[in-house]
Write a protein that binds this ligand. Structure first.
Ligand code: SF4
Ligand code: SF4
Ligand code: SF4
Length: 200
C-alpha cells in the first residue's frame, strides 16, 4: 500500500515516473498511484471518489480478470474528472489516463496480453533450448521449484532439458537475472511456448 506523504506531489515528477514504463496500463497505474500518494482535498466528486475506483480497475486490468466494462468505467471517470476537477492535478491525471486509453493496449490486456511484458500476470518465462548450456544456475535461484532439468556432466548424454513449469512459476524474474547465457526470455502470455515438463 502507498504511504500518504505530507508534501504535495509534483505533477512533472509523477509524469516522469509513469513515463518510465512502456505498458499503457502500467503508465496509468503509476500515475494514479503517485497522484493518490499525495494529500487528497476531496473538493470535487469525480476526483475524490473516481480516482480510487480508477486505481482498482487498473489493477484488475493489470492482474487479470478484467472486462471491457473496466475500460469503459475508467474512461467515463477520466472524462468527468477532466471537466469537473477544480485543480490542475486532477485535470492532469484525467488527461494522462485518457492519453493512455488511446492505445489498443488496454484491449490487449483484457485478452491476457501485455506486449511490453510489464504486467507480470500476463507474461511467461521460457527457456530457449538452443541457448541453454544446462548449467543449472536458474534452477538454483528459483525459490518456487519451477525449473526442472539436469545439469550437464562431461562425457555423459541423455539429460532432461531445462524447462520452466508454468503452473509453478510465480513470474518473479529471478531466473532471467541468473542466466548469463541469455537463454531465458520473458514473453507475453499466449505467445510463449506451451510445452510443459512431465509432472509439472
Ligand atoms: S481535482 Fe483537485 S480540487 Fe478536486 S478533489 Fe481532486 S485534488 Fe481536490
Ligand atoms: S541458467 Fe540459462 S543456460 Fe543455465 S540452465 Fe538455466 S536457462 Fe540454461
Ligand atoms: S520467474 Fe521466478 S518462479 Fe518463475 S521460473 Fe523464474 S525464478 Fe522460478
Amino acid at each position: 500500500m502507498t504511504e500518504k506523504k505530507d508534501t504535495p506531489v509534483k505533477m512533472e515528477d509523477v509524469r516522469a515516473k509513469a513515463d518510465e514504463n512502456h505498458c499503457a496500463v502500467q503508465k496509468s497505474l503509476v500515475f494514479v498511484d503517485e497522484f493518490l500518494s499525495g494529500p487528497m482535498c476531496g473538493k470535487c466528486f469525480p476526483c475524490s471518489m473516481g480516482s480510487y475506483e480508477t486505481r482498482i480497475r487498473l489493477r484488475k486490468i493489470s492482474e487479470g480478470g478484467s472486462a471491457e466494462e473496466d475500460i469503459a468505467k475508467i474512461k467515463g471517470i477520466a472524462d468527468d474528472m477532466l471537466v469537473a476537477s477544480m485543480c490542475k492535478k486532477g485535470k492532469d491525471t484525467a488527461k494522462y489516463v485518457l492519453e493512455c486509453l488511446e492505445s489498443n493496449q488496454f484491449n490487449e490486456h483484457i485478452s491476457g496480453v501485455c506486449m511490453s511484458s510489464e504486467c507480470t500476470s500476463h507474461v511467461k518465462y521460457v527457456i530457449i533450448p538452443e541457448k541453454c548450456t544446462m548449467c543449472g544456475d536458474c534452477r538454483d535461484v528459483c525459490k518456487d521449484n519451477a525449473i526442472v532439468g539436469e545439469k550437464k556432466k562431461p562425457f555423459s548424454s541423455g539429460y532432461l532439458p531445462f524447462v520452466i513449469a508454468q503452473k509453478r512459476c510465480t513470474t518473479c524474474g529471478e531466473c532471467i537475472k541468473a542466466c548469463t547465457y541469455e537463454a531465458i526470455e520473458c514473453v507475453p502470455t499466449g505467445k510463449a511456448a506451451e510445452s510443459e515438463p512431465v509432472g509439472a
